[in-house]
Design a protein. Sequence first.
Lengths: 390, 254
Amino acid sequence: MTKKSHPYSKLPDYAYWRQGVADVPPGALDPVVEAPFRFAARDEVATAGSCFAQHIGRYLKSSGCNYLVTEEPHSFIGPQATEALNYGIYSARYGNIYTSRQLLQLFDRAYGRFAPGENYWREGAACVIDPFRPQIQPGGFNSERELDYDRERHFHCVREAFEKLDVFVFTQGLTELWRSREDGAVFPLCPGVAGGDYSAAKHEFVNLGVEEVVADMTAFIERLRSVNKKARVILTVSPVPLVATAEPRHVLLSTVYSKSTLRIACDRLTRSLDQMAYFPSYEIVAGGYAPTDYFAPDRRSVTQEGVAHVMRVFERHFIKRSAAQEALRGAIRALAPAARAEDPIAEAMRLMCDEEALSLERIEAARETLADAAEDEAEGGEAEERPPPD
Amino acid sequence: MKILGLGHSHIVAIAKGCYELQQQAFHICGKPVVSRFVYLYDEQLLPTLEEENERLRLNAQLRRIIDDERPDVIVLSVGGNEHIAVSVTQPKERFDFILGAEPELPLEAGAILLTEAAVRETLREKMAPTLSVIKAISEEASAPLVCLEPPPPLPNSRILAFPKEFFRKAFDPRKLSSEVFRYKVWRTQSALYREICAQCDIMFAPVAVEFIEPPGVLAEDARGADASHANAFFGQRMIARAGELIASRRVDAE
């Protein structure tokens, strides 16, 4: 029988599972076929997103790219304090941006288009938390006045980043969010977890669908390009699972829902908008198809090896370097201390992973319950041995 | 009442003050005060923290001193000049901050406003050795501990009179910070002392208000012979303050 021609007969290797995935050596899985654009190492790249986005920024900085940071620490602030105050993790000090709605509202707040009613969370007399950056600095702010000053400068830096960037890399993390019933202001963390007081009358849970994510991102990109025509956007989906779900179902189901929704939204956006690319961080790490397991024992933290794989693929397809830049990068690599490949990067991620506050709170609650139980037990035991009162 | 004093440069004024009180037959909790003061930069006591079984522990010789002396109270004046080291001059981009405890204090016109957290966390970084030593002492000592608040900053006139205390070369006086700014940094430093004291169950003895002159400098009658230290009179009052704290803790315990 002669071989007939059909749509699959002349497809390239990447279109076949065996050649594209199964036969690929460990660490070589590369699901990017052709990036719609590449950026030069000198181009200014801004980042935002959920915890995983921090790795992209770190990589860009350490590999000699032009990582755009507009909110720099004052020269007085020491290196450890710089870290504690979350400078340089992202292009401006906005902390983690988990959802498309949060990103859109950041833009609107920075440009004075949206002023949320719930703008301060007061914690006692000497602490005010920024509801939109609840863990941005230890101890919060000492007053509304101090927060206002800092926020004004922060918004200036956010605007500067949006207006200067050549490329914006946004790592989408979640679809679940908590917002104000009054005006729809979205908080990165549920009120009450790291500041504020949860009230069912004031706050509501929302789990975004594909259409909502697409609408948010489309609106954001339109606004971004209204202030910066040259902006190119790379979207990715964080492979890091949800810490907790507010849906009445198992966290694994909610994780798959969130990631699937975000993945479909990215597909829709890259098909409909120009100068948009999708980068498959999620597929490389969490697809379960790479020969190496890239999750640490907690099944949430991504190993250094996993991050390295993701960034290797990112570098190959998105970054354009001259020979001189390649040489510089080689020198940087040679001078950098060797990383331990099998170390989980959980510690680094906790640096600014607001979501972790949810699980910490749960551990604290469990500890308190255990302590109460132990106390009750001790009181009971003691009562039995206590001599009768005179 | 046997006092063991441990500390760096500020302990000198405290020791002098304590010896003067002893000569006046000063009592704490009804007992005459006897004391020994140990300067932590004594070569035999360095490094103050030693690595032992992968953790930092107080110098073995210092541990022996604490054990041998069997003090009723240990008075600490560890570190304490970090505030002046970071605040005596202003960087090119002058800055200021709102002190949460005294928000009405003036801000320098035209200065960049940092958050108090930025100042506090930078100080925490500079004070890391001091805070580690205080913690290590608290882990080794069985006697109650009192941490004395370091003296507030001295006025510009003193700094300009003793520039070599801070600068190797001649410095531009225009870079000198304002007195109220230095006061705010000193208060921020004190907040870190209070924090470590609360963590380690150490009593904190604040500087008496009469030793702080407007706009927040060490009162003239408490100044030492240079641009950062206090005198024996200040030392006397701080020891008396430590005594009050010890007495009130005993009353509470009873």
